[in-house]
Write a protein that binds this ligand. Sequence first.
Ligand SMILES: [Fe+2]
Length: 170
Amino acid sequence: MATTEPSKTYLKTLLQYYEEEIEGAAYFDTLAERLNEPDQRKKMVLMADVERYASAAVEPLLEKYDLKPQAKEQLFKSGNNQATASSLNWTAILEGMIKTFPGYIEMFKDLEAMAPAEDRPMLEVLTAHEVAALEFLHLESQLDPSSTLPMMHYLKTGTAETPGDAKEQT
Ligand SMILES: [Fe+2]
């Protein structure tokens, strides 16, 4: 069976999403620096780590297709600027992301659907980062003391599990 030829849309979207993860990591790092609560800062650094894990997971695909992302400095700058403009109200930060993240999960799933089969395992790691982050956000907004477990689990395995599963395996 012939390998599926990747579409231009697939390649363009893959590159765009990769760049957005690099920006996202810078965004969360800068947001962490701006927050006063050590606990909130730690959680935003974890979000940045999750972004870094996700972008690293798809990096081999950029090499495979010889896709050239914008310079990291440029992407960092853009992420930093977004964080500088962001609210520092914890509830508002969480609520904002709880609203937007489900849409991102759908977008990542769409990317998986247009990918050649052999690329999908790496793209699943990308999708999982958003699932894990969204689980964190839901738990955190419910003041669950184990809210970071989904992200810790993701950083160990590259997969998203329900918080209950993550707890059992920790
Ligand atoms: Fe992300």
